[in-house]
Design a protein around this ligand. Structure first.
Ligand SMILES: CC(C)(COP(=O)(O)OP(=O)(O)OC[C@H]1O[C@@H](n2cnc3c(N)ncnc32)[C@H](O)[C@@H]1OP(=O)(O)O)[C@@H](O)C(=O)NCCC(=O)NCCS
Length: 166
C-alpha cells in the first residue's frame, strides 16, 4: 500500500472524491469546492492510500485559524479553558475515510500517522458525529481524547476529539 499526496492538482484527487461519495452515500455539490478551498489553507497536508491504481483511503487537514467559520464557532461553543488548551497552535484533521472492504487492517491508523508526521502544531483536533461509534472507537484506540461535546452543527450532535502532538 502506497501513500501519495492528495491535492487538487494531483492525479488521485477525483478518485478520492468518488471514495468520499461511496463512504458517505452522497456527495453534495459543495464537496469538491470545499476540498479545493481547504487545500489553499495554511498548513494543508493530504494523502491518499493506493492499492495498485485504486484509491482505498484518504485524509487531509490544515492549520486551525481564527477568522474561519469552524474555528470561530468552536471557540464560541467551548468553555474558555478548553478553547485555550485545544485551539491555540492547532491543526485540524478535516477528512478521513477508508474503503469499507479495507477497514480494520490498520490503514486508518497509517493515514493519520502519515498526516501528522510533518505537523509542527502542538495540538490536533477533529469533529465527528456523536453517533459514529466506529469512528469514536477508532479515535479512542489511537491516542485521541474527547475534549468537547456536544458541538451541535446543523442540529446534529458532534464530538470534538483532540490529540497532543507536543
Ligand atoms: C474510522 C475509520 C477511518 C477507521 O479506519 P480503519 O482503517 O478501519 O482503522 P484501523 O484499522 O487503523 O483501526 C485501528 C483500531 O481502531 C479501532 N476501530 C476501528 N474501527 C472500529 C470499529 N468499527 N469498531 C470498533 N473499533 C474500531 C480498533 O481498535 C482498531 O484496531 P483493531 O482492528 O486491531 O481492533 C473507518 O471506519 C472509516 O472510514 N469510517 C467511515 C468514515 C468516517 O467515519 N470517518 C471519520 C469521520 S471524522
Amino acid at each position: 500500500m502506497e501513500l501519495l499526496p492528495l491535492a487538487p492538482n494531483t492525479p488521485h484527487f477525483h478518485a478520492a472524491l468518488r471514495l468520499y461519495e461511496a463512504i458517505h452515500g452522497e456527495r453534495p455539490a459543495s464537496t469538491e469546492p470545499r476540498f479545493r478551498a481547504h487545500a489553499d489553507h495554511t498548513g494543508y497536508r493530504g494523502f491518499v492510500a493506493l492499492d495498485g491504481q485504486e484509491v482505498v483511503g484518504f485524509t487531509y487537514g490544515h492549520d486551525s485559524k481564527a477568522g474561519r467559520d469552524y474555528h470561530d464557532q468552536l471557540h464560541a461553543d467551548m468553555p474558555r479553558s478548553v478553547a485555550t488548551e485545544w485551539l491555540t497552535d492547532t491543526f485540524e484533521l478535516v477528512e478521513l475515510g477508508v474503503a469499507p472492504a479495507r477497514r480494520r487492517t490498520g490503514l486508518g491508523t497509517r493515514l493519520v500517522d502519515r498526516l501528522l508526521e510533518g505537523v509542527t502544531r502542538r495540538r490536533v483536533i477533529l469533529t465527528t458525529e456523536s453517533d459514529n461509534h466506529a469512528a469514536q472507537s477508532f479515535y479512542e484506540q489511537t491516542g485521541w481524547e474527547a475534549v468537547h461535546e456536544p458541538f451541535v452543527v446543523s442540529g446534529v450532535d458532534m464530538t470534538v476529539y483532540g490529540r497532543r502532538l507536543a
